[in-house]
Design a protein around this ligand. Sequence first.
Ligand SMILES: [Zn+2]
Length: 75
Amino acid sequence: MSDILERQRQQEDMQKNDAVLDAFSMLVSGGRSGYKSVIEKKPMLFFCKSCKNQIGKAQKFCDECGANNDEPIIG
Ligand SMILES: [Zn+2]
């Protein structure tokens, strides 16, 4: 029941996302960092790994086939 703790947790989550984005930008830019803005402009699409239906970023289960998409196809 602490606002401060909750805020700290949210900040840690954001930093984690940042780290993921950094790693991803390094990957797509061939090892160089600083490509965050480029990535952010291009919306990522997620597809069901089972039936290739397009799903939402935070959508865990496919609308079409109900498959679990913990690791959806990103394209
Ligand atoms: Zn599906």
